[in-house]
Design a protein around this ligand. Structure first.
Ligand code: SF4
Length: 293
């Protein structure tokens, strides 16, 4: 699907207006990006961000206390703490941790894998760049990055201390899926800096990012004609990104946070509400909103 030049010209001012609407900055506290914003050192930001993005599934009021509890055990300099973390210490860090698909050992693999990558590569940015060098495309790079972290952890020791793993494929997915949370992590690291994204990975360009595809982005993108695909997956994420590239070639993912929170905040709910549509800034280009009367 290719977005026509005329349609891109009509959509751009509408999406720019929504993206530039300053109140979206207040939404940071409803978003897992809130956690890395508590830190100033890039190494702390990148490890806290990966932990936060990886666990950011389901309801925010349920996953946020889980992230909070792990962070409280890692102290003020979590990157340094992870670099020296031993498997025998994991029980005190992950005591009582269970969140939906994930058991303590899953998070133990993530924490110790990040520590090992920091020791070996110096940063998660360098770990990602190495993964990208050995991979063919963006999706493969994210998969290799996740695999590198998983493989760097001393799995047998972690299982001996914490018991079996259960949801590693969900926490750090490898393969060809939508990789929504890894794409979200990459957006945080690469875009910006602004009030939301950090822009601390300067060796990756924002133009190379693919939109993190969640249900809000998929729904709004369908209604706004940014994708014609029916199935949510990596191909849909790439198609939406390609459409947005017609609006902002150097930074197509700049619309992600505002569009996602436009859906999450209830401004555009799953079941459209006429009153919302009538005052919606996107209505002129929304196929559902135009029917709202
Ligand atoms: S017009 Fe209605 S359905 Fe369309 S984006 Fe706006 S609120 Fe959502």
């Amino acid at each position: 699907m290719t977005l026509s030049r005329a349609r891109a010209a009509r959509l751009k001012p509408l999406l720019d207006a929504v993206a530039d609407d300053r109140p979206w900055n207040d939404r940071v506290r409803f978003d897992p990006v809130e956690f890395p914003h508590r830190y100033s050192d890039p190494r702390d930001i990148e490890v806290v961000a990966l932990l936060s993005a990886s666990l950011a599934y389901g309801r925010a009021d349920l996953f946020k206390p889980k992230i909070e509890s792990v962070l409280s055990k890692l102290g003020k300099r979590p990157a340094n703490r992870l670099k020296s973390l031993e498997a025998g210490e994991l029980r005190s860090v992950l005591d009582g941790f269970v969140y939906r698909f994930n058991l303590p050992a899953d998070v133990g693999v993530l924490l110790m894998g990040m520590g090992a990558c920091l020791r070996e590569h110096g940063s998660l940015e360098t770990t990602f760049l190495e993964a990208r060098r050995s991979s063919g495309d963006n999706r493969a790079a994210l998969s290799t990055f996740a695999r590198t972290i998983r493989d760097a952890a001393p799995r047998a020791e972690i299982v001996r201390v914490l018991g079996k793993t259960r949801g590693l494929d969900h926490l750090l997915p490898v393969g060809n899926g939508a990789a929504k949370r890894l794409s979200l992590y990459l957006r945080w690291m690469v875009r910006g800096p602004d009030a939301i994204d950090f822009g601390i990975w300067a060796r990756v360009k924002p133009a190379e990012l693919v939109i993190p595809l969640d249900t809000h982005i998929a729904r709004l993108s369908t209604w706004l004609g940014l994708t014609s695909r029916q199935t949510q997956g990596w191909a849909m994420a790439e198609e939406i990104t390609e459409s947005l590239r017609h609006l902002a070639p150097d930074d197509p993912v700049r619309y992600d946070f505002s569009l996602c929170h436009f859906g999450m905040s209830g401004a555009c709910p799953v079941h459209p509400v006429k009153e919302n549509c009538r005052k919606c800034p996107l209505r002129a280009e929304c196929r559902v909103g135009r029917r709202a009367g």
